[in-house]
Design a binder for this molecule. Sequence first.
Ligand SMILES: [Zn+2]
Ligand SMILES: [Zn+2]
Length: 303
Amino acid sequence: MTFNLTILGSGSATPVPDRHTTAQILSIEGDYFLIDCGEGTQYRLIENHLRPGRLKYIFISHLHGDHYFGLVPLLSSLNLAGRTDDLWLFGPRGLWEIITVQFRYSDTKLNYPIHFQETDPHQPTQILDHPNVTVETIPLQHRIDCTGFLFREKNRKRKLMADKLPGDLPVSFYRQLKDGQDILDDLGQVLYSAEEYTLPAPQPRSYAFCSDTRYNEAMFDQIRGVDLLYHEASFLDDMEALSEKYFHSTARQAALTARQVAANRLMIGHFSSRYKVTDEFLVQARAVFPETYLAIEGQTTEV
Ligand SMILES: [Zn+2]
Ligand SMILES: [Zn+2]
């Protein structure tokens, strides 16, 4: 199953020339899951050759503008492009009202349905049960209500040993074997056993998106053992007091979180505009958690 993360924005609220506000695409078997939608997200999609028409689910963490100011323009453009497919939108209380006010006064009528679901900022809640993944909210500690999102892959299929199988086997048999079912003949005898022709399914993967937040021990149990953790790191270590005051995290705190929850990999982003270069973020985070990487716009990572 494809389960890829593409970073469209790695900056925080104040504009800087070469970093954009938060937006990410999770691509799961051809469906696009957009996480946050900072200003200009629709341009980032086009620049990165990601077709907006493939968007199916949009998740908004909170109502600071750097996380959703690109949403109404994107929804409008989908309408102009002739979209009729349903779209699912998850976000905090107030988001739906903001959208409908803008559309009301521009006399915009969408030709596609949007199913809006309000997120609960206090309780982890499963908000989506998709054929390939489930999505839960992660309550974060920020200045206003804010949730992260935890994507868990459902059980993966067994792997075919293609070289062992006869070439003329019908495709439906492949599917059966990958599901772990034996192929039987008319008398109910096993022709091809799943055990013999497939390898065990790989472990299901998970991705946790945590922005914006203070160092937040309350979420540790929920995200323990996550494969890829995205955690905001707005500041370097010498700004910890200010970071705390603004309900943000430092690179070291993000790394500490990754270490405490035994994540496989950590990606940090949401860098404050006061930093022209981000190398020091990596140095400070890797000192605590070596498997740390910077969020780099335009780069795609397999979960
Ligand atoms: Zn932010
Ligand atoms: Zn914020």
